[in-house]
Design a protein around this ligand. Structure first.
Ligand SMILES: Nc1ncnc2c1ncn2[C@@H]1O[C@H](COP(=O)(O)OP(=O)(O)OP(=O)(O)O)[C@@H](O)[C@H]1O
Ligand SMILES: [Mg+2]
Length: 465
């Protein structure tokens, strides 16, 4: 009892079978399992192991004294093996606070180890293995933290020919964690550029790995270990629903914006996303977190992601190209752009029009600079930012950015022309700071501001750029 869902209810059969595999038959009596607190709905298969251990203690097979030093989490298979389940990392972090050890499935020992070096972890393969440990027949060895080998991202900047401005914008965006909008005709290379971003992003810190892994572990993405060791790159399709994007549903699961925490949210074909989806991004883009409120509970998920968006300038995609655009140009472009609200566009730090490389240049141009080289510059610039202010430039306090006199003058001239919002100015200053960091400069000077202004959104349409 205690509001179990169907999965918890079926633990009855799994536990019975797992104990039978050990040669244990349940006593022919009524067995009452009380899940507390009584008014909080329980869900998931991770209660199997604790339920089995409680029954074994009640039967006198395990000593409750030995078990009292541990919390337990894990699903049981019918033959008594411990199966991976969601939430092990969160459970491990929680048990540290309770000054307990943790019993979890073998396959998730690494996940638990990431929580702390000092945590007492028992990670048996089977229920039988755990019993042998407590009987002193075969003591389990505590798992060691394995170093994670970064799997190389698939897309590399070396495959891209030309597109110098696009590459530059990507480098600036990566170094400071800025948001970026790429507009351009079909096949210009927008999606390709975005796919290359993971290959130049700085590594996650230990803390960020924990944060991301906790969220992904709750999202129940995959069975088994869910350590997120690379910056996440989430690319939801434009048909995505609002709960899938921002989180929610009956279980208040984290959405794509939270799964992209400390990483990238890539929205390809931006205007094709539903209006509700696009507007819902405004809160997390500004505050770095999102509140998912449902009838039963309210959950605050972190969602500090870098937004990368791509779009065509209009429906047919060829606006600005007189030989190929449709008869409705330029109206079609204005209508298409109108799907994006002003406040949404105001939140984009960098914007550029991607002009396709001509077929001749595609053949004659040499391959571009490799991601490894670009990444070295990005990491150096990011290290400067962390040294100076502890956070990437996209979260920096814009008022503390030091400007040269010429830079100041340039901004006031530009302001008359661009009518920057207060947010626009903040974002402009942060991007300029990133450009200066890539340039190894302590003070933001006029060339940095003017490059940032070049990437400031006026209109993503080619004719007005
Ligand atoms: N500059 C380039 N260097 C190398 N390959 C390129 C370049 N531009 C385009 N391509 C090739 O064209 C393909 C299509 O590019 P991509 O999918 O990025 O276009 P897109 O701008 O996203 O177009 P759409 O608007 O239709 O989504 C890429 O997979 C790549 O093979
Ligand atoms: Mg594309």
């Amino acid at each position: 009892m205690g509001l179990p869902d169907k999965t918890v209810g079926e633990a009855r059969e799994r536990v019975r079978a797992a104990l039978a595999a050990l040669g244990l038959a349940l006593p022919p009596r009524r067995i009452l399992i009380n899940l507390v607190p009584a008014d909080l709905p329980k869900e998931g298969s991770h209660f199997d192991l604790p339920i089995a251990l409680a029954i074994m203690t009640a039967m006198g097979i395990l000593s409750s004294e030995a078990l009292s030093a541990y919390a337990a989490i894990g699903e049981l298979s019918l033959d008594g093996r411990l199966q991976a389940t969601g939430g092990v990392l969160s459970a491990a972090l929680e048990t540290i606070g309770l000054q307990l050890g943790l019993i979890c499935p073998r396959s998730q020992a690494q996940e638990a180890r990431w929580a702390s070096d000092a945590l007492d972890i028992l990670a048996p393969e089977t229920l039988r293995g755990l019993l042998a440990h407590f009987n002193g027949d075969h003591v389990l060895t505590p798992p060691e933290l394995e170093t994670v080998s970064a799997s190389p991202p698939v897309a590399d900047l070396a495959e891209i020919r030309g597109l110098e401005t696009g590459r530059r914008a990507l480098e600036i965006a990566a170094s400071g964690g800025h948001s970026l909008l790429m507009t351009g005709p079909p096949g210009a290379g927008k999606s390709m550029l975005a796919q290359c971003l993971p290959s130049i992003l700085p590594e996650l810190t230990h803390e960020q790995i924990l944060e991301c892994s906790r969220i992904h572990s709750l999202g129940g993405q995959a069975a088994g270990s869910v350590l997120v060791t690379q910056p996440p790159f989430r690319a939801p399709h434009h048909s995505t629903t609002l709960p899938a994007l921002v989180g929610g549903g009956s279980r208040s699961r984290p959405g794509e914006v939270s799964l992209a925490h400390n990483g990238v949210l890539f929205l390809d074909e931006l205007p094709e996303f539903s209006r509700a989806c696009l507007e819902s991004l405004r809160q997390p883009l500004e505050t770095g977190s999102i509140t998912v409120a449902r009838a039963r509970q309210t959950v605050l998920y972190p969602s500090r992601f870098q937004l990368i968006a791509a779009m065509n300038p209009c429906r047919c995609g060829y606006l600005g190209d007189t030989t190929r655009s449709c008869r409705k140009a330029p109206r079609c472009g204005e209508d298409y752009l109108a799907r994006l609200s002003g406040p949404m566009l105001d939140r984009l730090d960098l914007s550029l029009f991607v002009t396709p490389v001509s077929p001749l240049n595609m053949i004659t141009l040499p391959p571009g600079e490799s991601s490894a080289n670009v990444r070295a510059r990005v990491c150096a610039a990011r290290a400067r930012q962390i040294d100076r202010q502890g956070v990437p430039n996209s979260q920096a306090d814009a008022t503390s950015i030091t400007l040269s006199t010429e830079a100041r003058n340039l901004i006031s001239q530009a302001d008359e022309r661009l009518r920057l919002s207060a947010r626009g100015l903040t974002r402009l200053l942060r991007v300029s700071r990133s450009i200066a960091d890539l340039d190894n400069a302590d003070i933001v000077s006029a060339p940095h501001i003017s490059e940032a202004l070049g990437f400031r959104l006026r209109s993503p349409l080619p004719s007005q750029q």
